[in-house]
Structures are given as C-alpha cells and as structure tokens.
Design a protein around this ligand. Structure first.
Ligand code: 5GP
Length: 178
C-alpha cells in the first residue's frame, strides 16, 4: 500500500518491510560480532519495540536473556518532554551486559532515563540498539551504539510503532503526509 489512514490521518509509505528487515540483519551481524560471548540481557522498551525486538533477538546467536520495560513519552504525534514508567524493570542487571532495544530515538529522553537507571542498578555495560533514529530531533549527547535507519524529523507509524494505539500491525513503515 502506498498510503494508509490511521486514526483519520494519512500516512505515506516510507520504508518497505524488506528494507527494514535488511537493516535489522546488519544490526544483528554487528551484535553477534560484539556481544556473542557476553550473555547479554536484552531490555525491550514496550510497546513500540516488540516487532523490532523479535526480529533482532531471533538473529542473535549467543546466549542471552530478554526482559521488558514499558515507557511512554509521546501523546498523539508529539513528545511530551517527560517519560512515564508504566512497567518497571524486574530483572537483576548487576554485572550484566545490557542491550536496550528501542523502536525509535527522537529527543533521546526516554533512553537517557532508561540508560541511567540501568547503570545505577549495577549493569557492567549498557548498549543501545534502536531501529530508527531522528538525528535532527536528538537533544542529548550520549552514544547510540546500534542504529538501523536514520530518518528525518517526521512522525512515522508501522512495524510496531503506533499513532494513538493504532498502526502497530502495519508491515511497512509510513510517514505522516504533509
Ligand atoms: P524520545 O524520548 O527519544 O523523544 O522519544 C522516544 C519515544 O517516542 C519512542 O519510544 C516512541 O514511543 C515515541 N516516538 C518518537 N518518535 C516517534 C514517531 O515518529 N512515531 C511514533 N509512532 N512514535 C514516536
């Protein structure tokens, strides 16, 4: 489909499923090279990262654990500049190599908060893997280790990402129409 309507807004095709998968395959190669023997704990940021996480983690070839946190910073198509923690970290991260798995980094606030918390809880190393990254929106200066695709500063849906709850099931990624 070249365009879709989600909650009454039109979105145009931006990245085909196959392109998204190709970028995840590249990330998985890097992860396998860097962390195969580190028994990492993948911490998946719900809700949006669930599709990306399943594609990425099933390509990881070493031992690993997987757990989930739920954070929210967006309302509609806008960042709220505050992060709500809807589901806390339950896993012990002490002395672990952690990979935070996120769908998209925009201002960077969500991952800043998650990263600092996980470090404070005693993780040895904290790596960040994001499917999408908006460099023009990023307001912080920490390093993002694994980036799938850099995108412009537009609101997108699909492949796990929503607009007010809808659109997560779209196979491709769509960008809001002008
Ligand atoms: P940040 O804290 O980096 O500003 O925002 C990250 C979070 O905002 C993501 O986890 C995601 O939930 C949401 N977000 C940021 N940009 C977009 C976007 O273009 N589309 C969707 N659906 N969510 C976004």
């Amino acid at each position: 489909m070249n365009s879709v309507i989600v909650n009454n807004l039109r979105f145009n095709l931006y990245l085909r499923h196959e392109e998204v998968i190709a970028s995840i395959e590249k990330l998985a190669l890097q992860l396998n090279k860097d962390l195969k023997d580190k028994d990492p704990l993948f911490i998946v940021v719900l809700n949006g990262a669930f599709v990306f996480a399943s594609e990425l983690i099933t390509r990881f070839e070493g031992n690993c654990d997987v757990t989930f946190v739920r954070l929210a910073s967006y309302e509609g198509t806008e960042s709220t500049n505050s992060v709500r923690e809807l589901m806390n970290l339950t896993e012990n991260v002490e002395n672990r190599t952690v990979v935070i798995v996120e769908d998209i980094i925009d201002t960077g606030l969500t991952i800043l908060m998650a990263k600092d918390k996980i470090k404070a809880a005693g993780a040895t190393d904290v790596y960040i893997a994001t499917l999408l990254y908006k460099p023009k929106a990023f307001k912080h200066n920490y390093y993002i280790h694994y980036v799938g695709v850099e995108i412009p500063n537009d609101f997108i849906v699909g492949f796990g990402l929503d607009f007010d709850g809808k659109g997560r099931n779209l196979r491709d990624i769509y960008k809001i129409a002008e």
